[in-house]
Design a protein around this ligand. Structure first.
Ligand code: ATP
Length: 260
């Protein structure tokens, strides 16, 4: 599903965070949203999802105004995994949490199809052994995988992920990136994910959007966009870029004493 953001302005009370953001993310695109701390990445995801009401602008999914949709319809189209999703006090089990992803599709009660989808996702995300544990009994990384699994069970057409790899070890970091990439390529799922790791963006994303000063600094293919100059401009950091299999990856530039 194609996602268009038109002249989006939003923020909190008096504070304007995003000022006239225009962006187009094609159907089935795996898009990495990047920028310094406080640049407005989470604010942008929350406004796409309708959690935060924009001051002005429009969000269109295949041409339909997302913010004008009833919440249930929006929840069938858009999945959202927040940053460091917490267990809360609900005492829900892993299975119940993943099943709750089916709520936007249910009419009153669970169908066998809903249970089958949840069971399949639990298996895919290697969560079966944890299915009966409550969220409070999980590690941070395990909990993160549960929330990603819930969003997968929701079967949205657009998936918004806020730093999904944060608490994950190397195996699951790669696993989640590959899974999301496959889902976007095969099922046309449009993925917008906040990432802080330049190399994950270079390795997996089709498109990178760099946010700065309340707007889009640049948008395009990560290998074209991410280089010494843009990382200095955006992140105020010096990185070297070295080729591997024909693609240039980022390596931190270790400064020698006295080097500026
Ligand atoms: P990070 O990389 O640190 O997660 P981000 O790019 O996702 O940052 P946002 O969380 O979107 O940044 O925050 C953008 C700006 O809005 C920041 O200056 C932040 O302090 C401010 N902000 C975020 N949430 C609120 C809030 N609830 N009330 C007031 N200001 C907020």
């Amino acid at each position: 599903m194609m996602l268009q953001i038109e002249d989006l302005c939003c923020g909190y009370r008096q504070k304007r965070v995003l000022d006239g953001v225009r962006l187009e993310i094609p159907s089935g695109c795996f898009c990495a949203l990047m920028g310094a701390n406080g640049a407005g990445k989470t604010t942008l995801l929350k406004s796409i999802n309708g959690i935060l009401r924009p001051q002005s602008g429009r969000i269109l999914a295949d041409g339909c105004d997302v913010l004008a949709m009833p919440p249930r319809q929006r929840a069938r189209l858009i999945g959202y995994v927040p940053q460091n999703a917490q267990a809360g006090d609900s005492g829900l089990s892993v299975m119940e949490t993943v099943l709750s992803g089916r709520v936007p599709h249910m009419r009153g009660r669970l169908r066998n199809e809903d249970r089958e989808i949840a069971a399949r996702v639990l298996e895919e995300m290697a969560l079966e052994p944890l299915a009966m544990r409550t969220l409070r009994q999980l590690s941070g990384g395990e909990r993160q995988r549960v929330f990603i699994a819930r969003a997968m069970a929701q079967q949205p057409r657009i998936l918004l992920l806020d730093e999904p790899t944060n608490n994950l070890d190397m195996h699951f970091r790669q696993d989640v990136m590959e899974r999301m990439r496959r889902m976007s390529a095969r099922q046309g799922l449009t993925v917008v994910t906040i990432l802080h790791d330049l190399n994950l963006a270079i390795a997996y994303a089709d498109q990178t959007v760099l946010l700065r000063d309340g707007g889009v600094y640049a948008s395009g293919r990560p290998e074209a966009l991410l280089n010494e100059e843009s990382t200095r401009e955006i992140f105020h950091v010096r990185m070297d870029f070295a080729p591997h299999n024909g693609v240039r990856y980022a390596v931190p530039h270790r400064r020698e004493e006295g080097e500026v």
